[in-house]
Design a protein around this ligand. Structure first.
Ligand code: FAD
Length: 412
């Protein structure tokens, strides 16, 4: 699929006009909010520092929460047409116990995916303009954005969706430094080896990091790894070394490497995980969505779906605020996030803590492998009908723990 360059030279005069909404950042979060608000008839200016299509360091995997957001936007079929379709995610525990989780998964390069999302927002009436935003002045009556080339944009409401870059936005009542939660990197490998599933490894040689192989079709694979700082505080992190260990140790990764026809260089980006809803409103006229408020999942590093979902929730809050002519609905946005999406993060945080303890993660994996009902729970976690704590809990692993203890006692 090819795209024209999106956003190079807007035909709409931008200076001097007041917009209903100005959105900064045209990743999954920003384009989703812009799409829905423009569709409702609001005037929306969407700004990004990069002309599109643009690349983004990512694993390129779309899990069910992303697919659900795409369905609600009416873009699911279009994305599916250009994506690789996969029916299984295989997760490997620290001891290499494999758990196959059935489900619907797509992979598509962010270069293509983000341009499709942006095109969807533009088709619905949003105006896209390429310019790095350097400051936001959020007042009681209006928001003023300034771009690096000196343009001033005025809007009734501002939405910040700048991903892991928080330099523009410190929401919440007490501005504080906001450190990233981790970092991940990836490359593209071309190989004749055939892998027909998503692979995520929590092998003991890389935990508390995680690593993946995601097939993109036609012999192309996205291969990468990430690390969460919380568990790596005391050690110096060398993610490239973690990647090398993955490629040397894990059979599928080794196969890909040994047979590769080509591999791109590693590209990395920071991760902001765990949801910080308190950052989502600045107390005046700006809200934050997506990774800027840490919407990426701990444990898996997946974040496209929740970035889009916060874009959807934000669009509803902003539309209500514009209808009412007050900021009350913006002020309620963090509470809505707490109620609707925060519980899932608590579950993923638990899973991340458990995986850092190898033996616990192995017990969970063994239980899931042996118990069809827990297998269904694992599939339910992926499709968001189950909380991760249903699996990462003492109740779920107790039978395995008893077997393990009695085996130790009897010395078998
Ligand atoms: C290596 C890696 C692998 C990952 N793999 C997966 C995966 O397989 N699946 C998954 O679901 N998630 C994955 N994630 C997480 C996912 O990439 C993020 O959760 C997601 O991109 C967040 O979307 P967003 O819209 O909030 O931000 P982004 O996608 O980062 O978009 C932010 C946009 O803001 C723009 N911007 C920033 N600052 C400014 C500024 N000052 N002015 C104008 N524009 C600005 C940027 O150019 C960018 O286009 C991965 C992350 C990494 C680092």
């Amino acid at each position: 699929m090819t795209f024209g360059r999106l956003g190079s030279g807007s035909p709409t005069p931008l200076d001097g006009r007041e917009w209903d909404v100005a959105v900064v950042g045209a990743g999954p979060a920003g384009t989703t909010a812009a799409h829905l608000l423009a569709k409702e008839g609001h005037t929306v200016l969407l700004l990004d520092r990069a002309p599109f299509p643009r690349d983004k360091a990512c694993g390129d995997a779309l899990i069910p929460d992303t697919l659900n957001s795409l369905r609600r936007l009416g873009l699911y079929e279009e994305v599916r047409q250009v994506a690789q379709r996969l029916g299984t995610l295989s997760a490997y525990s620290p001891a290499g116990i494999r758990v196959d989780i059935p489900g619907e998964f797509l992979t598509v390069r962010r270069y293509t995916f983000d341009a499709l999302l942006l095109q969807g927002a533009v088709d619905n009436g949003a105006t896209f303009h390429v310019a790095p935003v350097v400051s936001i002045d959020s007042r009681a009556d209006r928001v003023r954005l300034t771009t690096r080339d000196g343009l001033t944009v005025t809007a009734k409401v501002g939405i910040v969706a700048t991903g892991a870059d928080t330099s523009l936005f410190r929401g919440g009542s007490t501005p504080r430094p906001s450190a990233p939660s981790g970092v991940a990197l990836r490359c593209y490998v071309r190989s004749p080896v055939s892998i027909d599933r998503l692979i995520i490894s929590y092998d003991r040689s890389i935990v508390p990091g995680y690593a993946w192989i995601f097939p993109l079709g036609d012999g192309l694979y996205n291969v990468g790894c990430g690390i969460f700082y919380r568990h790596e505080r005391k050690r110096r992190i060398n993610l490239r070394k973690t990647f090398a260990t993955f490629v040397e140790t894990i059979p599928q990764a080794r196969d890909l490497w040994e047979t590769q026809c080509s591999a791109t260089s590693l590209v990395g980006a920071r991760l902001r995980c765990g949801l910080d809803a308190s950052m989502a409103y600045d107390g005046a006229r700006v809200i934050g969505i997506g990774e800027v408020i840490a919407t990426t999942f701990p444990f898996t590093g997946e974040g496209i779906g929740k970035a889009m979902e916060t874009g959807e929730i934000a669009a509803a809050s902003v539309a209500e605020s514009l209808r009412q002519g007050t900021t009350d609905a913006l002020a309620r946005f963090p509470t809505i996030l707490e109620r609707r999406v925060a519980p899932r993060y608590r579950g993923y945080r638990r899973a991340e803590n458990w995986v850092a303890q190898h033996w616990l993660a192995d017990l969970v994996a063994r239980r899931v492998q042996r118990s069809p009902s827990l297998g269904k729970v694992a599939a339910g976690i992926m499709s968001e009908t189950e909380d991760p704590r249903a699996l990462f809990s003492w109740k779920a692993i107790l039978p395995s723990l008893r077997t393990w203890r009695s085996a130790r006692r009897s010395g078998t």
